[in-house]
Ligand binder design. Structure first.
Ligand code: GAL
Length: 639
């Protein structure tokens, strides 16, 4: 597959007489794609039913004439003031009951039926007009579902839709659901919380103390389904008018909806990669780590999402829709990247199988919210630092082989439902499923291993020497069976199978692993400042389960408490949250034949079918394969 570059562009922000030169410069830079349109609803439809397509027709024609392919975004993340005036109750409502009002973006509730109709209408009009346009070679739905914490809404519209969703989950006589079944399943007897009818069920906010976790769990599943339905409504309309692939641009560490479920309706998964912004506000790194990687980004965070979204995309198709080009505006601190990092981030995406990397944005805007956000060009149209780096990548790509994917030796399951379950009941401050899975991912990468992330629906694990499924709080029986019979080694736990599908503790007690009597008899979370030392190497922290029975113990504390034990011929139960050393030691013990590399600090490695890449995220030069790899350096070798 050919690798391509692109850019995000806002023709509506610039005088029309600049467009042709912009397009010519994009083409000369070696770009293939230009994404436009995703915030321009007011320009497309200045007032209800009055469309103004002239400018967009001309913008697409100008870009197309320069040889560029357009990705056209639907503008439903930015409903104009007239839409809001027509539907004053369309805002999402936060957990404190406050409407999230007009004046920025994403000011809508996924459950508002009137707003959904407005979206259908504008998407229909766009699809009719631009579906047949040969320059429009791909589509993007909306923009970043979940950005600015917008998935969970506590509006009246959400409450009504949630009741309907629950009725369907607990079907009863006629149109009404079976409220007794809901009460029994949720355990509402606990504090006399039983409902007499579905109309009494509210949303799980503004309660005196914590609401019933089963209630919160159901609400999160509902909210995820609402995103799927909202996206699907747009996809169905676009597909009726074009065969062009449809993408959505997902985000880093936004897990509030099931991306695999949204992705099933799309052709391409794309995501927006802002390595320096994420390091400050999403990785969850220590201050020392933030300081060490302030100008490079976390060495594993981008790669994790590349691998995750490769799994979300149909047939592994995925892009970077927005790539950080320089300082951004939105993190607590917004440093410049080290020279060379924009090139490194771009090549790293290609090394993980990206078809396209698009930079955000073409020209820095001198007005409004993102004045402090770099682009490929400065506001005066002179090249900014990233321009030359994009140019360098474009030149290097000409001599590079085509992209050849290859199965990695290791698989890691990522389950959005488990992430939601941990969020409902973390059992300790700051504990998250994402954090646990990401720690395992980092350990694998510190051993130089390439990783395939797999959805929880996977039942075939052929060809993997090691499969990891940490922290899956609910694990269906057929997945347990599939893992039990996998060819390679398998690591599960902690919290595997800790809840049934309705968020109750199952009996027999977890993990209830087929063919094993290993039992989690007690669970504890621990203060972050009380790590427990292991007998041979590493420590455990945050979460530690007491296990009984099971097979041979592979890891124990210095006091002899079991930490990892066998629960099948090739299955190991890890009863705690380990540090990198513990995780790496367990991996090496279980799969001693796997070729591992001792990576210098900050260096990471990734293999494709034809190439091996090494990336230096560190601040110091490193020795790799007999060569010196400078900070921000990329070493690319044919295999
Ligand atoms: C993304 C968003 C873009 C832009 C960018 C700035 O989250 O999709 O529209 O705001 O951040 O970094």
């Amino acid at each position: 597959m050919k690798r391509t570059l692109g850019v995000c562009y806002y023709p509506e922000h610039w005088p029309e007489d600049m467009w042709a030169e912009d397009a010519a410069r994009m083409a000369a830079l070696g770009l293939t794609w230009v994404r436009i349109g995703e915030f321009a609803w007011k320009r497309m439809e200045p007032e209800e039913g009055r469309y103004d397509w002239g400018w967009l027709d001309r913008a697409i024609a100008t870009l197309g004439a320069a040889g560029l392919h357009v990705v056209l975004g639907t503008p439903t993340a930015t409903p104009p003031a007239w839409v809001v005036a027509k539907h004053p109750d369309m805002f999402a409502v936060d957990a404190e009951g406050r409407p999230r009002g007009y004046g920025s973006r994403r000011h809508y509730c996924f459950s508002h039926a009137g707003y959904l109709e407005e979206c259908r209408r504008i998407v229909q009009a766009m699809a009719e007009r631009y579906g047949p346009n040969g320059h429009v070679a791909a589509w993007q739905t909306d923009n970043e579902y979940g950005c600015h914490d917008t998935i969970l809404s506590y509006s009246d519209a959400a409450r009504d839709a949630f009741r309907g969703w629950l009725r369907a989950q607990f079907p009863g006589q006629g149109n009404d659901g079976d409220i007794d079944a809901l009460n029994a399943t949720w355990g509402n007897v606990f504090w006399s919380m039983d409902y007499d009818s579905f109309d009494q069920i509210g949303l799980p906010n503004l309660t005196v103390t914590e609401p019933n976790p089963a209630h919160v769990h159901a609400f999160r599943r509902f909210a995820s389904d609402q995103v799927v339905a909202f996206n699907r409504a747009q996809v169905e309309i676009i597909r009726a008018h074009t065969d062009a692939p449809i993408a959505h641009n997902y985000m880093g560490r936004i897990t509030d909806f099931d991306h695999f479920a949204v992705g099933a309706d799309l052709d391409i998964a794309s995501w927006d990669s802002y390595p320096l912004g994420f390091l400050e506000d999403r990785v969850g790194a220590t201050p020392a780590h933030q300081r060490a990687y302030a100008r490079q980004g976390d060495p594993d965070f981008q790669a994790f999402h590349h691998d995750l979204y490769r799994a979300v995309g149909k047939d592994g198709r995925w892009w970077i829709m927005e790539q950080q080009p320089g300082p951004v505006n939105w993190a607590p601190y917004n440093p410049s990247p080290l020279p060379g990092m924009v090139r490194l981030w771009t090549w790293e995406a290609f090394a993980h199988g990206a078809e396209a990397v698009c930079y955000f944005r073409w020209r820095q805007a001198p007005f409004a919210q993102e004045q402090m956000h770099a682009g490929l060009l400065r506001p005066d149209s002179a090249p900014a630092e990233a321009f030359a780096e994009a140019e360098a990548v474009a030149a290097e790509m000409l001599a590079a082989p085509e992209l050849t994917p290859a199965q990695a030796p290791v698989a890691l399951i990522f389950d959005y439902a488990a992430d939601a379950a941990w969020a409902v009941q973390p059992h300790g401050a700051g504990l998250s499923y994402f954090g646990l899975v990401f720690d395992w991912y980092r350990a694998l990468r510190k051993l130089g291993l390439s990783v395939d992330i797999l959805p929880p629906s996977t039942r075939e694990f052929d060809g993997y020497a090691l499969v990891l499924a940490p922290g899956m709080m609910h694990m269906p029986d057929d997945l347990k069976t599939a893992l039990n019979t996998a060819d390679g080694q398998v690591i599960i736990g902690p919290r595997t199978g800790a809840r049934d599908a309705d968020f109750n503790i199952p009996t027999p007690l977890p993990p209830a692993w087929p063919g094993s009597d290993l039992t989690v008899s007690r669970v504890q979370s621990m203060r972050p400042d009380m790590p427990i030392t292991l007998a041979r190497v590493g420590t455990i922290h945050s979460y530690f389960e007491q296990i009984e029975s099971g097979g041979p113990v592979l890891m124990e504390t210095t006091d002899g408490a079991p930490v990892a034990a066998s629960c099948g011929a090739r299955v190991t139960y890890m009863a705690a949250w380990g540090d990198d050393a513990a995780h790496m030691a367990l991996i090496r013990a279980l799969v001693p034949d796997l070729p591992v590399f001792v990576m210098p600090e900050g260096v990471r490695r990734r293999e494709t079918g034809t190439e091996v890449f090494w990336f230096n995220y560190g601040a110091e030069a490193a020795q790799v394969e007999g060569q010196t790899l400078d900070p921000a350096g990329v070493l690319r070798r044919l295999k």
